[in-house]
Design a protein around this ligand. Structure first.
Ligand SMILES: *Cc1c(COP(=O)(O)O)cnc(C)c1O
Length: 394
C-alpha cells in the first residue's frame, strides 16, 4: 500500500484526486453537465440538505472540478480547496467568506493591481478597510495593525521586483493579533512554495498563470482548512456563483501533472538569463530570487524550493532604452501576461503600474528603465541569443 502523505508534491500532482469510474478510464474524465439526477425524491432532499454526500448542481458540485480541488489541496497541504472562475474570484470569495463589515485588512503594497482595486474601491463600500505595509519590513506590518485587523494579505515574491515576505513571521504576527494570513501563491505555485506549511491560513491562486501554464484558461482557487474554506468560502461560491467550469478544471488538472517539470525549466531558464543580465554594462540592477546578490537570499533559500520564473532588471537610460530593448527582441512576446510557455517582456512603468503617480512609482521602485521578463520554456540558448541581439543594438 502506498502512503499519500509521504509523497513528494510532484507525485501528488499526478496521482491524487481521481476516483476511477466504472468505465475504467486512465485519464480524468470531464463532466460537462449542469445538473445531476436522483433515484428518489427522498434522495434529492437528502443531497440538497447535505445529509447525503453527492452531486447536486455544477455551480457547487462537479466531479471534474472536485478532482482538481482535491489535487490542489493535497499539493498545498490543505484540507479543503474551492475552485473559482478566476484568480480575482478566489480573492473576492475569500474576503466575502471570512470578513464582515468593520473588519480591517493589512496587505503588502506590491500586490496585483486588480486586488488593490478590489480592496480600495469595492470592499470599502461594504465597510471593510485596507492599509498597506512594506512586504519585507515586519515593523511596518506591526504598525499597520489595528484592533479591527482580521486579515493579513501578501504576494511573495512581489511583482516585478521579487521582494520576499517572511511567511512564517507574518503568520505568527497575524495569529498574535487574532487575524489570519492569506498568501497569493500564484507566482510560486505549490511546487515552489507551500505557505500553509509555514503557518499561513489560506492560499489563493490565479490558476490562469503557471497552473495552466499554457495561456489557455482563466481560473482560480482557495485552499485552507475545512471550516474556513470548506464551509465559509464554499458557501460564498455555492450562493454567489463564481464557479470554475468543468472544462477549465480539466485543463488545470492536466496542468498540475506537469507543473513541477515546467517550473523547473522556467526557473533554470530564468537563472541563466538573470546571470547573463548581471554581467551586462547596460544593466544597472537585476532582480531575481535565485541570485546570491538578492538581499533576501537566505530567506528565499528557507522558504522556496526554486527561485521562480520572473526576472526584472533596470536598464541604464530610462524609458527610451527600455522601450528600445522591448521593441528589439523578436522571440519574446510583448504582453503583460506571465506564467506561460512563451516568454513575455513588459515595461511595468507604462503598463501594469501605469496608474501609479510618479511619486508612487519612485516609492515602489518602478523605475522608467525597469523591464520584466516572464521566462518561458523555449530553449535557453535561443532566449539568450534574442537578448544578446537586442542588447547589441542599444
Ligand atoms: C493574475 C493574478 C491574479 C488574478 O488572477 P485572474 O485569474 O487574472 O483573475 C491575482 N494575483 C496575482 C499575483 C496574479 O498574477
Amino acid at each position: 500500500m502506498h502512503d499519500e502523505h509521504e509523497w513528494d508534491v510532484s507525485t501528488i500532482a499526478i496521482r491524487t484526486g481521481h476516483q476511477r469510474t466504472a468505465e475504467s478510464e486512465h485519464s480524468e474524465p470531464i463532466y460537462p453537465t449542469s445538473s445531476f439526477v436522483f433515484d428518489t425524491a427522498a434522495e434529492a432532499a437528502a443531497r440538497f440538505s447535505g445529509d447525503m454526500p453527492g452531486n447536486v448542481y455544477s455551480r457547487f458540485t462537479n466531479p471534474t472540478v472536485k478532482t482538481f480541488e482535491a489535487r490542489l489541496a493535497a499539493m498545498e497541504g490543505g484540507d479543503s480547496c474551492v475552485a473559482t472562475a478566476s484568480g480575482m474570484a478566489a480573492i473576492l470569495a475569500t474576503c466575502m467568506g471570512l470578513l464582515e463589515q468593520g473588519d480591517h485588512i493589512v496587505s503588502s503594497r506590491a500586490i496585483f493591481g486588480s486586488t488593490v482595486m478590489l480592496f480600495n474601491k469595492y470592499l470599502s463600500r461594504f465597510g471593510i478597510t485596507t492599509s498597506y505595509a512594506e512586504l519585507s519590513d515586519l515593523d511596518s506590518w506591526k504598525d499597520a495593525i489595528t484592533p479591527e485587523t482580521r486579515m493579513l494579505f501578501l504576494e511573495t515574491p512581489s511583482n516585478p521586483l521579487t521582494e520576499v515576505g517572511d511567511i512564517e513571521a507574518l503568520a505568527q504576527l497575524a495569529h498574535d493579533n487574532d487575524a489570519i494570513l492569506v498568501v497569493d501563491n500564484c507566482f510560486c505555485t505549490p511546487v515552489v512554495q507551500q505557505p500553509l506549511k509555514l503557518g499561513a491560513d489560506i492560499v489563493v491562486h490565479s490558476a490562469t498563470k503557471y497552473i495552466d501554464g499554457q495561456g489557455r484558461c482563466v481560473g482560480g482557487a482557495v485552499v485552507g482548512d475545512s471550516k474556513r474554506v470548506g464551509e465559509e468560502v464554499f458557501g460564498v461560491l455555492r450562493t454567489g456563483g463564481p464557479a470554475m467550469s468543468p472544462f477549465n478544471a480539466w485543463v488545470f488538472l492536466k496542468g498540475l501533472e506537469t507543473l513541477e517539470l515546467r517550473m523547473q525549466r522556467h526557473c533554470d531558464n530564468a537563472a541563466s538569463l538573470a546571470t547573463w543580465l548581471e554581467q551586462q554594462d547596460a544593466v544597472e540592477e537585476v532582480y531575481f530570487p535565485g541570485l546570491e546578490s538578492h538581499r533576501q537570499f537566505a530567506l528565499i533559500q528557507k522558504q522556496q524550493r526554486m527561485p521562480g520564473g520572473i526576472v526584472s532588471f533596470i536598464l541604464k537610460g530610462g524609458r527610451e532604452k527600455a522601450w528600445q530593448l522591448i521593441d528589439s527582441v523578436t522571440l519574446m512576446s510583448i504582453t503583460a501576461n506571465l506564467g506561460d510557455t512563451k516568454s513575455t517582456i513588459t515595461h511595468p512603468a507604462t503598463t501594469t503600474h501605469a496608474r501609479l503617480t510618479p511619486e508612487e512609482k519612485e516609492a515602489a521602485g518602478i523605475a522608467e528603465g525597469l523591464v520584466r521578463i516572464s521566462v518561458g520554456l523555449e530553449n535557453v540558448d535561443d532566449l539568450l541569443a534574442d537578448l544578446e541581439r537586442a542588447f547589441s543594438g542599444l
